[in-house]
Design a protein around this ligand. Structure first.
Ligand code: ADP
Ligand code: MG
Ligand code: ZN
Length: 325
């Protein structure tokens, strides 16, 4: 009888979130660790430590562990290749973690696993073609095409955050050599950058006053100030939402998805981001694709990655139990 419980681990640019998840995709225990990994050994230690804490506290045996990692993956060798914001480059994460943990381990890209969760039991249940963006520190992407996770030729595709929006735009983050990628234009990092710029231009705004008072212009604060009616803060979210919507119109034209699911911390801005994004799709995307696509927030919210990592682990233990591997 395959195990009832697994652990899903979502590794983001700034934090690790992990949870014990059952077959109905309910999360039982959770742990979080902030990631200040300067080197890969420290990062792997943090991953191992978080999992072992959950294993200890689990009411039943853990059958496997899934990891969603913010990295491109080369499935020919099982290596994580270009981790945009973390020291994961050239690591065989699956083999390394299986050895450290003594458990069945499955690894995929963080955006891919988030899409997997939403497709299996979230906003995209029953949908055959969807795409997902996780908008956090960076922007992760996942594609479900014809009911399956689409990974490309060697497993490193679906990097929807690295589609170029502006030819001479700002340099992209971390290890991406490009300029003006969606990630450089509409991620949480971009939001904070634009907030600083607008604060400097609008010294009378609440945004500028918060900055002058020494508060970090993080996304949550910008959203709060926008809710309170600050025009500058609203403008920042409108700008980010507009850029997002321009990118989404291209995806609509290319993939003709039935659904676009948006997750990650930046979606805390809600309608203030979604409304301008939808307006851009209406204005720019081609009919008939434009007229059928729905844009929704992730059902699993910021836990889509963690739950998708758990789905990955469940699928892997079922595959091994079925003897198909
Ligand atoms: P990661 O997984 O990459 O560490 P998260 O998905 O947790 O990131 O998202 C973190 C990002 O979301 C940060 O850039 C933060 O500024 C932004 N953020 C968090 N809450 C909000 C909010 N309510 N509105 C807008 N942005 C937010
Ligand atoms: Mg991806
Ligand atoms: Zn890029």
């Amino acid at each position: 009888m395959p195990s009832r419980l697994v652990i899903g681990v979502d590794i983001g640019g700034t934090k690790l979130a992990a949870g014990v998840v059952d077959r109905d995709l309910r999360v039982h225990q959770r742990v979080q660790r902030s990631i200040e990994a300067k080197d890969s050994a420290t990062l792997l230690d943090t991953m191992q430590d978080a999992v072992q804490e959950l294993v200890k506290g689990s009411p039943a045996e853990i059958g496997g562990v899934g990891f969603g990692i913010p990295s491109l993956i080369d499935r020919r060798t099982g290596t994580s290749v270009v981790a945009i914001n973390l020291p994961l480059d050239q690591l065989r994460v699956e083999a390394l973690m299986a050895e450290r943990l003594g458990l069945t381990v499955a690894v995929d890209n963080d955006g891919n696993v988030a899409a997997l969760a939403e497709h299996r039991a979230g906003a995209g249940a029953g949908v055959r073609d969807l795409l997902m963006l996780t908008i956090g520190t960076g922007i992760g992407g996942g594609l479900i095409l014809d009911g399956e996770v689409y990974r490309g030729a060697i497993g490193s595709g679906a990097e929807l955050g690295h589609m170029v929006l502006a030819l001479d735009g700002p340099p992209c983050q971390g290890n991406c050599p490009n300029h003006g990628c969606l990630e450089a234009m509409a991620s949480g990092m971009a939001l904070t950058r634009e907030a600083h710029q607008l604060a400097a231009q609008r010294p009378d705004s609440a945004l500028a006053r918060a900055h002058a008072a020494g508060r970090a212009l993080e996304g949550a604060l910008v959203t709060e100030l926008a809710h309170d009616g600050d025009a500058a803060a609203r403008e920042v979210l409108e700008l980010i939402g507009t850029r997002l919507g321009v990118a989404l119109s291209s995806y609509v034209n290319i993939f003709n998805p039935e659904l676009i699911v948006l997750g990650g911390g930046v979606m805390g801005a809600g309608e203030m981001l979604l409304a301008p994004a939808r307006a851009q799709i209406a204005a720019r995307a081609l009919p008939p694709s434009r007229d059928v696509v729905r844009v929704e927030r992730a059902h699993f919210g910021t836990e889509a990655g963690m739950i998708g990592a758990a789905v990955l682990a469940l699928d892997e233990i079922d595959r091994r139990a079925g003897g198909a591997g």
